[in-house]
Design a binder for this molecule. Structure first.
Ligand SMILES: Nc1ncnc2c1ncn2[C@@H]1O[C@H](COP(=O)(O)OP(=O)(O)OP(=O)(O)O)[C@@H](O)[C@H]1O
Length: 602
């Protein structure tokens, strides 16, 4: 069974063992519509071919003595079958459209849920723009694969089989040429598809690459502008767009060599010749000649349209392959639905923990944490210090299972984090990241992100505790102010206070604060420090910070150096015993020459 960090109990189960099975399981979910489509289209093609046979019979009547009653009957019959053809084709199309629209929506939903279920390590390896291309464009191609792709292919098959059946019953000998044509058609169409498929697959991939580049440039537009890299980014995009265009030109080249149309022309001529020869020997009448040529002409549409239908179908198949590859991609963690659930007390223990980020294929894994052991009692505040890149963030990411330790154990309240139910564990651990992410929703919704049922009073109380209420109240719409894309309309300090309010409201038993007071002025810092001190009450806090005042308050300080825990203790102890700490302390002290707020009594 596939691992997953998130599952929807009521989700429909699709067969994901291969692309064909997956698509089939999506389509057959709506089998009554599929059945409706086929019944309608078989009727429509039978009616259309039947009309040709009736016209042939009319030609027979016309070549004999005048029989107006028979001609009127035949004309009415042609009218009736053509109306039947139109009505059933219409109902059939509606059924097919219904299936396509539903499958497209289902595929997107399934893809989205699978993305939510993947681990952070999986997302580290993916480019957001490429995932978006799969969710939007590829899902759309899957729908196109059904309408017009599969419907036109079905029409192609019906549009060949039905007229051939009518030809056989008109005159069995006249089936020879159409059968040779069908054999030639199958061989040439297969050859065409084999050439087309790799080009279309590359097209889909290239679209993902192009989209990923676009997404990166837009997300990093500030860096692009600050570095005056517009021209370079433009030429990179142009190269990607040209590669995409070239693949379409290549597709056009393959399509231009579509041989079945040429075969059809030859077959029509040969069949006409054969029919006339049988007519000249008196084996068949004029009506049969007219009917058979009419039926042969019916083959023209399916032969022609299959060129387009195959391309659309192949593009859908390539899109489906790309979507299913992500859905089926192995993820590292599992939500452990039957795992341990309990209110967290807040005790954290690392037992000989080592950790490496998953390496790219062919690369040696880069060990970030090495053989780390320590114990934090519930309710303690622990500062983690060390040079940049020493593994401070990585260490905290093992606590809430953003990643799993490569070896050793991380225990919360004496239970290995891997044995915890993932939801129970994560919902009780709050984190304020270095780079605070705010959603383009109202400030109130952002604060209530971890506690969706919170009332306005609770949201405001949390904002007050985080020293954020005042600035929020000054905003034009207060708590209803919608934050711009990626929170750009707020300053760094304001964002940090919103993140703190979010943490207050979620009220986690363990709180991780990653460098959360960097780059703010001292007045704001003072407010934030007050908020942080409040946040520390009654919970275990892991603090990654360069602020000496905060480090001094800590019950315990962990000193990391290149992924190793080189010292642990209180500020005074470490000053006496750890040269590493003294060095870090000295470095932190210099930029802190400006007044830092006095540590509050704890
Ligand atoms: N997603 C990732 N994939 C691979 N390597 C990573 C990833 N994130 C961080 N690293 C690497 O892991 C090492 C430790 O990073 P980490 O962010 O834990 O350091 P840090 O001590 O928190 O640094 P800083 O103080 O600069 O935030 C670094 O060498 C970094 O390059």
């Amino acid at each position: 069974m596939q691992r997953s960090e998130f599952t929807v109990a009521s989700a429909y189960v699709y067969d994901r063992r291969s692309v064909a099975r997956w698509l089939l399981s999506h389509v057959t979910r709506y089998w009554p519509f599929v059945l409706g489509f086929y019944l309608c289209f078989i009727t429509a093609w039978a009616a259309y071919s039947g009309a040709q046979a009736l016209i042939g019979r009319a030609a027979d009547v016309l070549s004999g003595p005048p029989d107006y009653a028979a001609l009127t009957g035949l004309a009415l019959a042609v009218l009736a079958v053509m109306v039947t053809d139109s009505v059933t084709a219409l109902i059939g199309s509606l059924s097919a459209e219904n299936v396509a629209a539903r499958v497209e929506a289902d595929v997107r939903q399934e893809f989205y849920e699978s993305l939510l279920a993947k681990s952070k390590a999986f997302h580290d390896r993916q480019r957001a723009g490429d995932l978006m291309a799969r969710a939007t464009d590829d899902a759309n191609f899957v729908a196109n694969m059904i309408v017009p792709g599969a419907t036109l292919i079905s029409e192609t098959v019906l549009g060949i089989v039905v007229p051939l059946t009518f030809i056989f019953f008109t005159e069995p000998r006249l089936i020879i040429v159409p059968l040779i044509f069908v054999a030639g058609y199958i061989v040439t169409a297969r050859w065409y598809l084999r050439r087309l498929m790799p080009v279309i697959q590359r097209q889909r991939e290239q679209y993902g690459v192009m989209n990923a580049g676009l997404e990166e440039t837009i997300s990093g537009i500030e860096v692009v502008k600050a570095s005056a890299r517009e021209a370079l980014e433009r030429s990179k995009y142009l190269r990607n767009a040209q590669r995409f265009r070239d693949l379409f030109v290549q597709q056009g080249d393959i399509e231009a060599r579509y041989l079945p149309l040429l075969l059809f022309g030859i077959a029509l001529g040969a069949e006409f010749f054969h029919a006339l020869w049988l007519y000249s020997t008196g084996d068949i009448g004029l009506g049969q000649v007219v009917a058979v040529i009419g039926l042969m002409n019916v083959l023209r549409f399916p032969t022609f349209i299959s060129l387009f239908a195959f391309s659309v179908f192949q593009a859908g198949l390539a899109g489906a392959r790309r979507i299913l590859a992500i859905i089926n991609a192995e993820t590292d963690l599992d939500e452990n639905p039957n795992g341990y659930r309990a209110p967290v007390r807040g005790e954290i223990e690392f037992e000989n923990v080592s950790f490496s980020f998953a390496a790219h294929p062919g690369e040696a894994p880069h060990q970030v944490l090495r053989d780390i052991s320590f114990r934090i009692a519930a309710g303690q505040t622990v500062a983690i210090v060390g040079q940049t890149g020493s593994g401070k963030s990585a260490l905290t990411q093992l606590v809430n299972r953003t990643y799993d330790a490569t070896s050793g154990r991380v225990l919360i309240d004496g239970v290995d984090v891997r044995e915890w139910n993932l939801d129970a564990l994560r919902s009780q651990i709050g984190k304020i990241e270095q780079d605070i992410f705010l959603f383009s929703r109202t400030i109130g919704e952002n604060i209530a992100f971890g506690a969706p049922g919170a009332t306005q009073e609770q949201i405001e109380a949390a904002a007050r505790a985080a020293q954020a209420h005042e600035f929020i109240s000054r905003l034009p719409n207060g708590y209803q102010t919608v934050i711009g894309e990626r929170g750009v309309t707020l300053s760094g300090g304001q964002r940090q206070r919103i993140a703190l309010a979010r943490a207050f409201l979620a009220n986690p038993r363990i709180l991780i604060l990653d460098d959360s007071t960097s780059a703010i002025d001292s007045a704001t810092e003072d407010e934030i420090q007050r908020a942080i001190r409040q946040a520390q009450q009654g919970r275990t806090v892991l603090l990654i910070t360069h602020r000496l005042a905060q480090i001094r308050w800590a019950d315990q300080i962990l000193v990391l150096d290149s992924g190793r825990l080189v010292a642990a203790g209180t500020h005074e102890e470490l000053l006496r015993t750890s040269p590493h700490y003294r060095r870090i302390f000295a470095r932190y002290e210099q930029p802190a020459a400006r007044p830092t707020p006095a540590p509050a009594a704890r």
